[in-house]
Design a protein around this ligand. Structure first.
Ligand code: PBG
Length: 309
């Protein structure tokens, strides 16, 4: 009765990694308990999760090196297995909330989120690629576009492209305050998408900065974002709180791969109770002000709730 906060399964978005092909499940060494799945197995996984009450999924493609180029052209080709899979997933589970990722890095031979020229990231030129990618994804019938690239002006640009093409109902969850973080390591293993050189510090935010998150939030709100997201979550609980206090949009937080890996690795060694640690972490993110949490703990948490409830 006196609990001020509660984590509900319905608050969670489960990130999933899609492989091309059939009947493939490949574990991720740095994320014990999480696997990359081909479409057939992913449909099964989504079905199981839906039965447990997980209703939202953020799907990322694992793209073969041979499809990658400097302009990420594969990201909007109609032959793209990711786009085809999204269509099938929405067809089989129309009631599931499907979120997609808009950024060049899974498709880029440079491993960067923007076009690279002479060692620099070209912001404005990248927007055109992001617009094409977002439109191709919206055409599959998905619900939420997730621009994770941190190029300036991309929310407004994508909103305009979507609206002009009749997708005014497709919403945008902006990665508003996405920090240049060490906690993305396991995700880059999962996708084999680490930058080939340099780092992402020229476009992702400086972990030392908090007020800058307000500027990013203001811009995203003006540009038409439907949700604001903070990423990572745990080392940035203060930023989640700040955005919650300064925006009336739903606030999401991404409990990222490295945050999951720390708990999963310690649990494998028997040093920590995975279920209890996960619950406490999710609660802390809610307490900080997040309405929605993207987390690799989603299915585990839902199982835990069902078994205890
Ligand atoms: C890239 C992207 C990243 C994540 C989501 N989209 C990694 C990065 O910026 O290098 C990280 C998610 C996680 O660590 O769980 N556009």
């Amino acid at each position: 009765m006196v609990s001020e906060n509660e984590v509900k399964t319905a608050d969670l978005i489960f990130p999933l990694f899609l492989l091309e092909g059939k009947n493939k499940s490949i574990g991720i060494d740095s994320m014990p308990g999480i696997s990359r799945l081909s479409l057939d197995l992913m449909l099964k996984e989504i079905g199981e999760c839906m039965e447990l009450g997980v209703q939202a999924f953020d799907i990322f493609p694992v793209v073969e090196e041979s499809y990658k180029d400097t302009m990420a052209t594969y990201s909007y080709k109609s032959s793209n297995f990711y786009l085809q899979a999204l269509r099938e997933i929405k067809h089989q589970f129309p009631e599931a909330v499907i979120m997609t990722d808009v950024a060049m890095d899974p498709y880029s031979s440079d491993g960067h989120d923007g076009i690279v020229k002479d060692g620099k990231i070209l912001n404005d030129e990248t927007l055109e690629v992001l617009g094409k990618m977002a439109l191709a994804q919206a055409e599959t019938g998905i619900d939420i576009i997730g621009p994770s690239d941190m190029m300036d002006g991309r929310v407004g640009y994508i909103r305009e492209v979507l609206d002009e093409n009749g997708f005014s109902e497709t919403s945008i969850m902006s990665y508003t305050a996405k920090y240049a973080s060490a906690f993305y390591g396991p995700f880059r293993d999962a996708l084999d998408s680490a930058p080939k050189w340099g780092d992402k510090k020229t476009y992702q935010m400086d972990p030392a900065n908090k007020r800058e998150a307000l500027i990013e939030a203001e811009l995203d709100m003006q540009e038409g974002a439907d949700f604001l997201m903070v990423k990572p979550a745990l080392a940035y609980l203060d930023v989640i709180h700040l955005l919650k206090d300064n925006s009336d949009l739903p606030i999401a937080a991404y409990n990222v791969s490295g945050e999951y890996a720390m708990v999963a690795a310690a649990a494998e060694k028997g040093w920590i109770d995975k279920d209890r640690a996960a619950h406490e972490i999710l609660l802390s993110i809610k307490r900080a002000g997040a309405d929605i949490i993207l987390t690799y703990f989603a299915k585990q948490f839902a199982l835990q709730m069902r078994n205890n409830g």
